[in-house]
Ligand binder design. Structure first.
Ligand code: DGJ
Length: 386
């Protein structure tokens, strides 16, 4: 072998091969779109985004993503609600903790170690106030308090001031509960064995509404929806997660007006995410299996006050029965585009909650109904080009 052959084999070829591979890989990386469902999503500091069970607010040209700041070990709130901002939905700036838990005050409702889930922020144009609602559980009480919490701020990125938390609509009947159902024989219903057809029938009639009438209705998984006419609604899993409620909020979005309905009684729905298209409301929910995924449900109505009708699972593909290992969180319209909606879901990691992943997908429509199909990566600019 000549010296030049030796040089080519030992040095030049490996160097060329290595450079070519690096070039190929970097081209591939550039080709991948910026939203990658299920992958680590680094913020401006290179840290995986910590905003689980989140919500989105578009305000003055920027998106603001609010979510649960989770730790590596516990689902309890050790810090509070975190916010990120972005202009393109791809690159996110950490705006820090915007609603902080209270340190060193064990008796405070928002004390460190309580549970704060699914925070949603809406902007009230009349008052110029940012209003945050969230699912709140008291420390050491598991999920038994089942309250909704309220916090407000004059600035989108906070700090948000905790006002209070409570069970909505005490002493008020749902609009769509019949007089006959209101007089259900509670003594007899209390003796029924859970999950029997008779018990489910009693639940359907409003057993838990009657049980919780005085103290207010349970409110766990939740979202807030602002309609075209600026009216806002609080939508939440009530009645031991068996029935969803839709409750009207006051004009300043800071209290419940007392008008509310029950939907899909005994349907066992969690994780409501709602949007409106062409005058029709769509809600994607999940069943109730704790942190484990299940098949999503699709509900639709032409009035927020119902009737709501159930349609087949919007997910398509091999893992549709477990929603591609995710649970719905929020749906928001893309700013400046018609009929472009982004679906947000969480892939929970209860053993290391902060490692939970985000499953964001563009909603597609078929025969007038929303459809979800998995994508390894996508970008808003391309997905909604039309
Ligand atoms: C499912 C809910 O959607 C989550 O927000 C959380 O409350 C878990 N259940 C708790 O098990």
């Amino acid at each position: 072998m000549t010296t030049s052959e030796f040089f080519t084999r030992r040095f030049l070829r490996p160097v060329l091969f290595f450079s070519f591979t690096v070039l190929l890989l970097s081209c591939r990386a550039k080709d991948r779109d910026c939203i990658r469902p299920g992958e680590i999503w680094p913020d401006n500091n290179g840290v995986h985004i910590n905003a689980h069970g989140g919500g989105m607010l578009y305000y003055r040209g920027q998106y603001y993503w609010f979510g649960e700041d989770k730790s590596e070990r516990s689902n309890a709130a050790l810090k509070g609600v975190r916010c990120y901002s972005s202009k393109d939905l791809c690159h996110w700036k950490d705006e820090g903790i915007v609603l902080a838990v209270v340190e060193d005050e064990p008796a405070h409702e928002l004390t460190k170690g309580c549970i704060i889930e699914r925070p949603k922020v809406v902007y009230n144009k009349k008052t110029g106030t940012f209003v945050m609602w969230f699912h709140h559980e008291l420390r050491w009480r598991g999920y038994s308090a089942a309250r909704v919490g309220l916090a407000v701020s004059d600035k989108v990125t906070g700090p948000y001031r905790f006002i209070h938390s409570y069970r909505p609509n005490p002493g008020i009947w749902p609009e769509n509960m019949s007089e006959e159902d209101k007089s259900l024989d509670m003594e007899e219903a209390s003796r029924l064995e859970s999950w029997t057809p008779e018990w489910l029938e009693a639940v359907r009639k409003g057993f838990f509404v009657i049980r919780d009438f005085e103290g207010g209705q349970m409110s766990r998984d939740m979202t807030v929806f602002v309609d075209d006419d600026s009216k806002a609604y609080h939508i939440y899993s009530s009645e031991e997660n068996l029935t969803l409620h839709i409750a009207e909020l006051s004009d300043d979005y800071q209290s419940h007006t007392g008008k509310y309905i029950r939907i899909i009684p005994a349907g066992h729905n969690e994780a409501p995410a709602i949007f409106k298209k062409d005058g029709r409301y769509f809600m994607i929910t999940s069943g109730c299996t704790g942190w484990r995924p299940n098949a999503a449900r699709l509900l639709t109505a032409t009035s927020i006050w119902g009737p709501w009708e159930q349609k087949p699972n919007p997910w398509q593909g091999e893992q549709a029965d477990i929603s591609f290992d995710s649970q719905s969180t929020f749906i928001f319209p893309l700013a400046g585009k018609k009929d472009a909606f982004v679906f947000m879901a969480d892939r929970w990691r209860p053993r290391n909650p902060s490692d939970g992943r985000y499953i964001w997908l563009p909603l597609e429509f078929e025969d007038g109904l929303p459809v979800l199909r998995w994508r390894d990566s996508w970008s808003p600019a391309k997905a909604f080009k039309k």
